[in-house]
Design a protein around this ligand. Structure first.
Ligand SMILES: Cc1ncc(COP(=O)(O)O)c(C=O)c1O
Length: 456
């Protein structure tokens, strides 16, 4: 199996496949696998990798290691970490309590305290690892609720009169978390953004006054670092000051961009993150760790215990704060041994690898932006602050253009809607994407526009 994966990796990295995304209709693939499951029952192929199963999965999967991948925000995993994760899958320590993570629990505590320093969160900081930014954002808001809301929601439930201020560009999972907390649609108070997608400070103030005037108790403000669609960072310094003024919890959704703390060159837009009460950061976006692996950092590490307080006689002997029983601070009971990959990469390379990875990926977006600006038929949405860049072919139907690329390849780009119009969007995740790939991607889009009559 290792041999097959190595060949796949090499072929992907050297652009041997005809397309990054082996496009076909979902129904077609469903029919395929329905047939396969019929054939598979009792086929007794022996070892998994003898029956061609792995080849089929690889053939139908999107090839992130191909330098022509510039699609969604998922890490192109460092191959060493894939092997390390195979090892932890085999060990399968469940992490809920100390006895089920004797190596990986203290490792998690150590590495999270160390990494919290990069956020500048101070001597009391700490955090936990969990499965994804979605869960980290929910967990942070649960802690915020316990610390800032007037009642004790964990004990008595909550009235739908609490609210959280978020940018209208926030990831949908923030709104989802607030609805899960029982505050309905009204609980997420969306604040208008400026034309560059940063939260508008004037609108923030007026929205706050309006919502409190209507009897809502605002408990938190969430900053984007950065937005999913355009990669723009909110002014975190301004948000921190606002949160302090009104005694709100300040959470930074840094699922994508908080990783830029590791870069001297690209940490500028994160100024103010050190004043956050909590920060979510995905290791599985810009930091090369296989999904899912997210850090949730708290300025005051003990706030993590506020999110949950659970009695479970089969797990805990008391309801004290105990760092070694990790499920006292995580939504999950069982979780993967997430710390091993994070600690492993840290031990092997320290912050340097992450710094160079972040710099390389952000630089890819800047090269793309420069290339777009050289071509008069293209329009750039904004100069990239991260590895995300949005652009469009002027006057063309960019949704059709992206569809043409999806069907014909070989590149993989995505699309988004900005101010009601469709734009193409690239997130440069692969450090092997070179300048020629970027120029060739635009050439290919132009070629498709001409050949598929998408040209204006
Ligand atoms: C800003 C932001 N927050 C949260 C998320 C959700 O993170 P995850 O996919 O790890 O659950 C994303 C995912 O793209 C994101 O971009």
């Amino acid at each position: 199996m290792v041999e097959k994966l190595a060949v796949y990796l090499m072929d992907s990295q050297t652009r041997q496949f005809d397309k990054v995304l082996p496009h076909s209709a979902p129904e077609e693939r469903l029919t395929y696998w329905k047939l396969r499951i019929k054939e598979a029952g009792g086929a007794e192929t022996g070892a998994l990798w003898k029956g061609g199963f792995l080849e089929e999965v690889m053939a139908q999967s999107t090839r992130l290691h191909d330098p022509r991948y510039a699609g969604h925000q998922v890490a192109v995993p460092l191959p060493q970490l894939a092997w390390l994760q195979a090892a932890t899958a085999l060990l399968n320590n469940g992490m809920a309590i100390d006895e089920m993570g004797p190596a990986s629990s203290p490792m998690e505590e150590t590495v999270m305290q160390e990494l919290a320093k990069y956020m500048g969160l101070g001597g009391e900081s700490g955090g936990i690892l969990c499965h994804g930014g979605t869960l980290a954002n929910l967990t942070a808001l649960l802690a915020a609720r316990q610390r800032k809301a007037s009642g004790n929601a964990w004990k008595q439930g909550t009235e739908p009169r609490y609210a959280v201020l978020v940018s209208e560009q926030a990831h949908y999972c923030v709104d989802r978390a607030i609805r899960v907390m029982g505050w309905g649609e009204a609980g997420t108070v969306k604040v208008r953004t400026l034309s560059n997608h940063q939260i508008d400070p004037v609108a923030l103030q007026s929205t706050f006054e309006e919502i409190t005037g209507r009897g809502f108790e605002v408990i938190a403000v969430v900053g984007n670092a950065c937005t999913t669609s355009t990669g723009v960072f909110d002014d975190l310094e301004m948000l921190a000051g606002f949160a302090e003024q009104y005694d709100l919890w300040f959470h930074v959704d840094g699922a994508h961009g908080a990783a830029q703390v590791f870069s001297q060159l690209n940490n500028g837009p994160l100024k103010g993150i050190e004043k956050a009460d909590s920060v979510a950061m995905d290791f599985h976006k810009m930091l090369g760790v296989p999904a899912l692996c997210t850090g949730l950092f708290y300025r005051n590490g003990t706030d993590a215990y506020a999110a949950f307080s659970q009695k479970a006689a089969y797990l805990y002997e008391n309801d004290q704060d105990e760092w070694w029983n990790l499920s006292k601070r995580t939504f999950e009971c069982t979780k993967r041994m997430l710390s091993v990959a994070v600690f492993g990469i840290w031990e092997a390379h320290g912050p340097k690898l992450w710094e160079s990875l972040v710099d390389r990926l952000v630089d890819r977006a800047r090269v793309a932006a420069h290339e777009i600006e050289q071509r008069p038929q293209w329009e750039l949405f904004a100069h990239p602050q991260s590895n995300i860049v949005c652009f469009r072919l002027i006057g063309a139907d960019n949704a059709d253009l992206r569809q043409a690329m999806l069907e014909n390849g070989p590149y993989y780009v995505v699309k988004t809607e900005l101010n009601g119009e469709t734009w193409l969007r690239c997130t440069f995740q692969n450090p092997l994407t070179d300048d020629r790939d970027i120029a060739a991607l635009l050439d290919r889009l132009e070629e498709l526009a001409a050949s598929c009559s998408i040209q204006p």
